[in-house]
Ligand binder design. Structure first.
Ligand SMILES: C[C@H](O)[C@H](O)[C@H]1CNC2=NC(N)=NC(=O)C2=N1
Length: 117
């Protein structure tokens, strides 16, 4: 199967299956710098990227936003001086879907390109 970052999101509906514990255990090693956090009972994937200033954080924000639009799957983005916090979860199911892991992997690739410029 293609690398996680090369996969595409599937349309997500309210009855789409959340990832199982076994799938989570299989997917997390592909995105080792991400954490699963709990926000009022909703599991979410989150990573903080350190940036050299606000402009770089903003550039990363825009590129992650464009990837989100291309896939029809959208993160929460908190842009601050020197860092960007990216949070993925699937609103339709109030939890984590495989799409979130795909988008986290894509986010890592984008950040690798933007933050080394
Ligand atoms: C109709 C549209 O595709 C849906 O509302 C999408 C938009 N982006 C989304 N993004 C995320 N993260 N979760 C969703 O459930 C979701 N739903």
């Amino acid at each position: 199967m293609a690398t996680l970052s090369q996969q595409s999101c599937v349309p997500c509906r309210g009855d789409s299956p959340p990832v199982t514990e076994a799938e989570k255990a299989e997917l997390m090693p592909s995105i080792p710098d991400w954490q699963i956090i709990d926000v009022e009972g909703t599991p979410q994937l989150q990573r903080v990227y350190r940036c050299k200033n606000f402009q770089q954080a903003l550039a990363l924000t825009v590129q992650v936003g464009e990837a989100a639009e291309a896939e029809g799957h959208h993160p929460a983005l908190l842009t601050e001086w020197g860092r960007l916090t990216v949070t993925w979860w699937t609103h339709a199911i109030g939890g984590l879907h495989r799409n979130d892991f795909i988008m986290a992997a894509k986010t890592d690739e984008i950040a690798q390109a933007v933050l080394t410029q």
